[in-house]
Design a protein around this ligand. Sequence first.
Ligand code: ADP
Ligand code: MG
Length: 222
Amino acid sequence: MIRTQGLRYQYPNGPLLAFPDVEVPQGAVLLLSGPSGCGKSTWLALVAALMAPTAGALVVADQILDALKSVAADAWRARAIGFLPQKLHLSTALSVYQNLAMAQWAAGQSEDAARILAALQTLGVDELAQRKPGQLSGGQAQRVALARAVLLQPRVILADEPTASLDDASAAQAVGLLLDTARQQGATLVIATHDARVAGLLAPDINGQIGIQPSWLLRLSL
Ligand code: ADP
Ligand code: MG
């Protein structure tokens, strides 16, 4: 669940961004579309409590975000938010397995090998567990990053430009993986993209397979 009201963000030496109000029910899918520079990544950072809004109210996964101090925000984010950033930020010195273990440590949990391998298996990359990120293809690395993002079964999954630089078949696969994963976990899914292909890829899946009301596929034009 994501609810925003009067959300604004002023970059210190940049634009003032004003965002439309949204109310996204738990388990719904939000397509955040718009051209480069309109504020999609900024919106994701606000929803993930990576930055505090200049103005406005924000409730994400039942948490009122302005009530969070930064240390508490880190712990909350590790549990509640699954972030698939545009740059995947996998640690190159660590194995795939260790990259996922780090997500458990960051959330204050002890390492759970069975759960890590299950998450990798769900995304079809369990055989790559001992590889380093530098030994993965782009598609494999994205699957690993998604496995890490959803390892702790977050209530909200945020994906920033997940189809950037992918061909049509890989883009369809990436969107399909996000939808399947969100549906399995009952998570709210936000896909932020300037890629016009994504709306077409999302719509039939949502109406046909998940049975979500068409009105839940919110399209924000910023
Ligand atoms: P999008 O993800 O839709 O491409 P962003 O949220 O990245 O857009 O950026 C929105 C606007 O804020 C752009 O005009 C961008 O130049 C500006 N911006 C982003 N990050 C910064 C920053 N750190 N400092 C100043 N301006 C920024
Ligand atoms: Mg962006």
